[in-house]
Ligand binder design. Structure first.
Ligand code: ADP
Length: 704
């Protein structure tokens, strides 16, 4: 919409008139013409001025423009112009200006009167009426000039406006008012084509030709969004939200669009739209919602924290009490309740329970008083030992109470937390520790005396061992000597006995021969005993060395059998030998192996009355051990005696009336000899079922 440049002040008549004339020529509507005239005159005369003319279409007249008149005055003037017989209606067909008194028009009192000037083409009825508030009937020259100049032009414009529907144009005040509104305000036709927009709305929905491409695009988008939103509204008053873009910043904006259709009876309908910026409101609402949600979450958290704290406090076995700065109890856990809270129901002994609880409370109050007193103003922690009463039993409970001040952000005291710790166990432990210390020192003393005694005993034992060793050596020496001393005369006795028995000194009578035979037999037995004792003492004295050599077991067995042959023949027992095939040669002490086998075989023959004796030789390749077993079908040996018979001088039957001869030294010598070979003698036997004695020894002996 083209609009003329603003009018300059009319100081110099010719120039000012020229400017007004040019301005009028540029005006494209009657209203613009009227406004130009009215403003020009008002500036020149400082008077109230108005221009009344036809309204839109065939409607009533209106004040086309006015300065210094109220709306009511404007309406009264327009009405008077239309009302037949009124002082103003006469001006329609009568040319020339005329002054009217102040109250000539009802409702349009102009102090000092006013000049009414009909405007239009000469010779034709006035198209409009110019009203200028003046105190006298004189027509100022400017007014006359304006009437002559603007009248025809205004008439022409009115005629042209009547042909082409006129777009409503708010007057300047209205325009200023609307521009002053901070919200965007728009006037559009029903399709959304912009007819008028205040500065704020232009910023959003209008872009000049020199606007940046970004701004132009934003404005186009805004126009499209606005039109679409407007199209949804229909013709009634409507509110809805419309999202727009800030063409300068590119930010998203949210507006509430309030549209009001204005239905003009004689012209096209227009729509007044007011946009209210909800962006900040939306953000504020969002922020408020967020804060509210956070508040709720914090509240929930605080509540669950409180529950958790309650549970934690209750689960602590030590009593805990929270008090306010004045010492009043605010919260306590279950263990504290048992000591400090009065029972809800009075049970048996309720009276004394209450008394004890009160006593506990009093003790606690005096404990807190210490911390709260002025002396301890700077102290944040207070520890003390109290002896409380167990309310139900009255038993003393030794406690350690530790109170901590809880300070607020500003350092002010907000509460006190007191934790009690039952010292019963600590005291009991200390008592036990004392006792343990006592016992341990007693024990230490005892151990010391026992150790001294032991040392003394050890010393004694050591001396005894030395003595024993010396005694044993002396005994061995004695026995060896004695055996030797015995053997020499005994051999002489046996030699002479033998000679006598062979008749070297003549024939003997049968009783002499019998007695001599007894001497011979006892002498031999004695020699056997002496030889065996000598063997043992030599072994024990370490004077029986090993003579290792390679030999074969079969040959050794043949020799044994040959030596035993007379006894075997006398016994009438079956005696046989069985040897493993491929029995290897042996590296050992041949004499000792033979002595052991001889001993075992002679025992087997001695203790077997019927059946037989079998000598079995086996070789165990895995262990490299030779096993020579002597099995008999004799009297057998009870398990209880199977260990004993390997000891010196031990026999199953050692009574003086025993049926079998012997010294009880044979097996003990066998055991010692086997040990020298690196082997052992084992026994399997049962009474009445015979016995099996086995010599186990390594095929290759190791020299020790
Ligand atoms: P001695 O045969 O000279 O008494 P030993 O030491 O050789 O002494 O034997 C000890 C005892 O072991 C024997 O007195 C006997 O009671 C028992 N004994 C030994 N060999 C046999 C055997 N083959 N059968 C039964 N008893 C035996």
């Amino acid at each position: 919409m083209a609009s003329p440049a603003p009018l300059p002040p009319a100081e110099a008549d010719p120039g000012a008139r020229l400017v007004l004339a040019e301005h009028l020529l540029a005006c494209e509507s009657a209203v613009a013409c009227a406004r130009a005239v009215v403003e020009w005159l008002a500036r020149r005369h400082g008077a109230s001025t108005a221009c009344v003319g036809p309204g839109d279409g065939a409607g009533a007249s209106v004040c086309l423009a006015s300065e210094g008149l109220t709306g009511a005055q404007q309406a009264a003037l327009a009405r008077a112009w239309d009302t037949q017989g009124s002082p103003l209606a006469g001006f329609r067909n009568r040319p020339g200006a005329r002054w009217l008194a102040a109250d000539a028009v009802e409702g349009a009192v102009m102090p000092g009167g006013f000049l009414a000037v009909p405007l239009g083409r000469s010779g034709a009825p006035a198209a409009a009426l110019l009203v200028v508030g003046l105190p006298g009937p004189a027509v100022p020259e400017d007014v006359a000039w304006v009437a002559s100049c603007a009248g025809p032009h205004l008439a022409r414009q009115l005629a042209s406006d009547a042909r082409a529907p006129r777009r409503p144009e708010p007057d300047r005040l209205l325009r200023r008012v609307i521009n002053a509104v901070s919200d965007p305000v728009l006037l559009t036709d029903t399709e959304g084509t912009l007819l008028f927009a205040n500065a704020r709305a232009e910023g959003l929905l209008a872009a000049g030709p020199d606007a940046s491409p970004g701004r132009t695009r934003a404005v186009e988008l805004n126009q499209r969004l606005f039109r679409e939103t407007l199209a949804q509204g229909g013709t009634s008053v409507h509110r809805r939200e419309v999202p727009l873009v800030d063409p300068l910043e590119g930010m998203d904006l949210l507006f509430e669009l309030v549209t009001t259709p204005v239905l003009a009876p004689d012209g096209p309908s227009v729509v007044v739209s007011v946009l209210r910026n909800l962006t900040d409101l939306g953000r504020a609402t969002q922020a408020l919602g967020e804060s509210y949600r956070q508040l709720r979450a914090t509240e929930r958290e605080a509540r669950s924290e409180r529950h958790r704290l309650d549970r934690v406090l209750d689960s602590v076995a030590d009593p805990i009490i929270l008090t306010d700065p004045a010492g009043g109890m605010v919260m306590m856990n279950d263990p504290a309740e048992r000591l400090f809270a009065w029972p809800h129901e009075e049970g048996p002994g309720g009276e004394s329970t209450l008394r004890r609880v009160r006593a506990n409370d009093a003790l606690f109050a005096s404990f807190l008083a210490n911390l709260l007193g002025p002396v301890n103003a700077g102290v944040s922690r207070w520890k003390s030992q109290l002896t409380l009463d167990e309310p139900s039993t009255g038993a003393p409970v030794p406690m350690e109470a530790m109170a901590n001040k809880v300070l607020g952000d500003g350092g002010e005291l907000t509460g006190i937390v007191t934790v009690f710790h039952d010292r019963t166990e600590v005291l009991e432990r200390a008592r036990l520790l004392e006792r343990v210390k006592e016992v341990s020192s007693e024990l230490e003393a005892r151990v010391q005396s026992a150790t001294a005694e032991l040392a003394e005993q050890n010393e004694k034992l050591r001396r005894q061992a030395i003595q024993l060793e010396q005694a044993s050596a002396a005994k061995s020496q004695f026995l060896a000597n004695m055996s030797h001393e015995f053997r020499t005369p005994l051999n002489a006795i046996l030699g002479y006995t033998n000679m006598l028995l062979q008749g070297v000194s003549g024939e003997m009578t049968p009783p002499q021969r019998r007695n001599l035979t007894r001497i011979d037999s006892n002498g031999r037995h004695l020699l056997e005993v002496i030889n065996e004792i000598l063997d043992i003492t030599r072994i024990e004295a370490g004077r029986m060395p090993l003579h290792l050599s390679d030999f074969g077991i079969p040959e050794l067995l043949q020799e044994v059998m040959a030596e035993m042959d007379p006894i075997i023949a006398r016994s009438k027992l079956t005696v046989d030998t069985r040897l493993d095939d491929g029995l290897p040669g042996v590296w050992s002490d041949r004499q000792k192996v033979k002595q052991i086998v001889l001993n075992l075989l002679s025992n087997a023959l001695k203790f077997t009355h019927e059946g037989g004796v079998h000598v079995v030789v086996e070789y165990q390749n895995a262990t490299g051990t030779v096993a020579i077993s002597v099995k008999d079908t004799g009297i057998g040996i009870d398990v209880s005696n199977q260990e004993k018979i390997f000891e010196d001088f031990q026999q199953v039957d050692s009574s003086p009336t025993r049926a079998y001869g012997g010294t009880g030294l044979g097996l003990s010598i066998c055991r010692r000899l086997a040990s020298m070979l690196g082997g052992r003698v084992s026994l399997q036997s049962a009474p009445g079922e015979g016995s099996t004695f086995t010599l186990h020894f390594p095929r290759r002996a190791r020299r020790t």
